[in-house]
Write a protein that binds this ligand. Structure first.
Ligand SMILES: [Mg+2]
Length: 373
């Protein structure tokens, strides 16, 4: 029987250095200590701790399946410990995403975002984990459509017989909390009709149509729907499998040679250009951005991330490359254009999204001053 391995990518804003800039080393150290211990105890087989801007990211590989309470508790306890340290250091937004107090078996609905995928290991299983800061789950709609449904992006859709039959997209309506599955290429126009509305409909999973092989799983949450108020953007992660009848790694990356606009950026209230960067540049500065995205490539091998001679997981920092320099330049150009507009739409998000922000308090104050026109 093929081996079953689970990839769990769980992230949380536990507090950050200098506003919403980065997770400092002392918090990353806490995560590293806890995951190292969990590995020694055999709960997980491999891990990689990193940050994208102010989000602490725990990438773990194990054999306990999805939604495993020990794995989720490990992440939850780690985030709590890091948040306590952040509090002690008076870092900004300490424990920002920890919306509940008591852990009850799963991290779902508690604030942290997670993407999990149990796979049957193939002969070789390349995986790309994409993680973004200062944006939301809808930011992945456009590239996921390009990767899995657009033959102008993914050559394999045209020339690889193993991809014939297309892919099934699970789309979440984040307002009604309902989901629908659409099959491409047959329903490609319907898919775009839905996921073009990036603030409401978000692609949560993709399967290969002919055999239901799991190809991609995203963290799709709306923190504002959990908390009932603005508590930061959801800063999504997604795990995508590549090659052998799935899009090639290069086909997963190529949509990012150009920048495009996503919601988020300053106070989660603006449209901003996504900027693909290496880990060294995964920090948010100008107007708390522009929104950054990293792509980490690795191989799953025998229940672990394939490791080097010293047992260190081998991670490819895929956007740390000159091939994405054009997108970074475009992002700066779009950023300067949008910022010139200040608080005038469409630089700022529309009224539905602003409902969850402090803008409401300002509007409330003016209410009594309105007279019939
Ligand atoms: Mg963040």
């Amino acid at each position: 029987m093929p081996r079953k391995t689970t990839i769990s990518h769980i992230k949380c804003d536990v507090g950050s250095l200098a506003g919403h800039h980065i997770v400092p080393k002392s918090l990353l150290n806490i995560a590293d200590k806890n995951l190292k211990k969990a590995k020694e105890e055999g709960l997980i087989n491999s891990y990689y701790v990193f940050n994208v801007g102010d989000d602490l990211q725990l990438l773990m590989v194990h054999e306990n399946g999805e939604a495993n309470s020990d794995i989720h508790k490990l992440a939850w306890d780690t985030f709590q410990e890091a948040a306590n340290k952040a509090l002690e250091l008076k870092l900004y937004g300490a424990g920002q995403d920890l919306l509940k107090t008591a852990f009850s078996g799963t991290i779902r609905g508690m604030g942290p975002g997670f993407a999990e995928m149990e796979i049957e290991e193939r002969g070789s299983d390349p995986v790309v984990a994409l993680a973004a800061d200062k944006t939301s789950g809808g930011a992945f709609n456009y590239p996921l459509f390009r990767i899995f449904a657009d033959p102008m992006n993914t050559a394999g859709l045209v020339i690889d017989p193993n991809m014939a039959g297309g892919f099934k997209f699970e789309v979440l309506d984040t307002i009604e909390n309902k989901k629908v599955v659409l099959k491409c290429p047959e329903e490609v126009y319907e898919l775009i009709a839905l996921v073009g509305t990036v603030q409401r409909y978000m692609i949560s999973a993709i399967r290969r149509a002919r055999d239901d092989l799991i190809c991609a799983v995203g963290s799709v949450t709306r923190l504002s729907q959990i908390a009932g108020r603005y508590v930061g953007k959801d800063d999504p992660v997604i795990i995508v499998r590549a090659q052998h009848g799935l899009p090639a790694v290069g086909e997963i990356l190529v949509p990012f040679i150009h920048s495009y606009l996503v919601e988020g950026w300053m106070r989660g209230s603006h449209w901003g250009p996504i900027m693909p960067v290496g880990l060294k540049d995964a920090k948010c500065t100008a107007f708390d951005g522009p929104p950054r995205i990293v792509a980490l490539g690795f191989q799953i091998a025998n229940g672990k991330i394939a490791s080097d001679d010293n047992g260190k997981p081998m991670i490819a920092d895929l956007f740390d490359d000159v091939a994405f320099a054009l997108a970074r330049r475009e992002a700066l150009k779009y950023a300067s254009m949008l910022r010139r507009m200040g608080e005038f739409e469409p630089a700022r998000l529309g009224p539905e999204e602003m409902e969850y922000t402090t803008l409401q308090q300002i509007l409330e104050k003016l209410k009594g001053r309105f007279k019939p026109a």
